[in-house]
Write a protein that binds this ligand. Sequence first.
Ligand code: NCD
Ligand code: ZN
Length: 335
Amino acid sequence: MIITLNSPLDMHLHLRDDEMLKVVAPLSAKTFAGGIIMPNLVPPVTTLKALKEYKQRILDTIDDENFDPLMTLFFKNDYSYEFLKEAKEYIGAIKLYPSGITTNSQGGVSSLDIASLKETFEAMSELEIPLCVHGETNGFVMDREAEFGDVYESFATHFPKLKIIMEHITTKHSVSLLEKYDNLYATITLHHLYITLDDVAGGMLNPHLFCKPIAKRPEDKEALLKAALSAHPKVMFGSDSAPHPTHKKECCGCAAGVFTAPIALQALTQLFEEHNALDNLQAFVSDNAQRIYNYKPLEKKVTLEKISYLVPQTYSNITPMFASEELKWSVKSVL
Ligand code: NCD
Ligand code: ZN
């Protein structure tokens, strides 16, 4: 059995910097045609100079491989209309993090008051710059995303022209918000389609599956699966592939993030096949994102075949999801 995917896109990707960038960027560039690159470096990407330099460092690591990094700025509520107007041609979106909510988000917003965000959100609406949001409060860990639902509803109502992307949704409730507001969209990761909290902490603790937002209940996973497998027109694949060195995962004080980029297409194909939904995979991994972002990707044809693939134990010093396990599909060719 064989399936060909056209221009797969990863609409939420952490490529990091320096040595780690050199390891992970070529792995994404191998099978994806492009993606939305997260700005949570240290320090975060908040100027056009930093953004252009970071983009160049990404391109330098992938040589002649055709991968289009769609850059993002780290949201600040003091970005002026003039700055955003100039930024627009260099960015795919702007990413908002509540302060301190996840890895390298210390400089995020400390208030979600509409008044403090209004000017920037209005400029973004007018300039048609999408807003990507890490939607978690600092409440009880299992309730953080649901609690943030009110913020999404308030953003969506106050700024009806702003395209708001609920990043890496993990709950049934977030899926339901898609139906309620025209301007709400979502990305869904690979790992949240495969796991629940049980896989992280129900038996022996698995630090490689620990991430923000934490995986939730079986009924939440079912709702995400339903949306992804039916290629709900408002959802896109975004891996949230978030590499950390193995020693920062297998320790006390484990960093949050699951590294999935190099095995994402193989594992998604397996999942969609198991649910008789292979016909919808193209929309989930590319077509929906193209429409939502109004984006024409580089051409890339990725053919997968149903031959088992042994996931490496590590990529350099990073442990991937499914390390040393067999997936049912492998990449046959990339043209
Ligand atoms: C991400 C990271 O490590 O940068 N971690 C994660 O658990 N997903 C940040 C993020 O997207 O929350
Ligand atoms: Zn992320």
